[in-house]
Design a protein. Structure first.
Length: 114
């Protein structure tokens, strides 16, 4: 459902196309989170959630939950390795990424003023 929804910002096809266009001008980093059994985001939502939007946050923020408390589940041994990999990727990206506002300004001049 998230592959092609023009009515919301979670549109994978548009994101992939944007990344492809941007990669002609700059290095592009993207990831897909596809763990079929991530820790639950909420207590028993009544449906099988799987790898929904924000499901990866457990891997990046220990004990994350959708509340003000840090009362999310402990990561199991099988989840710790991909969690550590994701944290290493995000940390590396944050330490080395450079903004390319002039590139985006050319694509969206009405949104980004000079």
């Amino acid at each position: 459902m998230s592959d092609s929804r023009p009515d919301n910002g979670l549109n994978n096809c548009i994101s992939l196309q944007t990344a492809q266009l941007a990669s002609k001008h700059s290095k592009v980093h993207e990831f897909a989170f596809a763990d079929p059994t991530p820790p639950p985001l909420t207590q028993d939502p009544g449906v099988e959630m799987r790898a929904v939007h924000s499901a990866e946050l457990h891997y990046e923020f220990p004990h994350f939950s959708n509340t003000k408390r840090l009362d999310g589940p402990h990561l199991t041994a099988g989840v710790r390795k991909p969690s550590n990999q994701m944290l290493a990727y995000w940390t590396s990206f944050a330490a080395t990424a450079v903004h390319h506002c002039s590139f985006w300004r050319e694509l969206y001049p009405a949104l980004l003023s000079r």
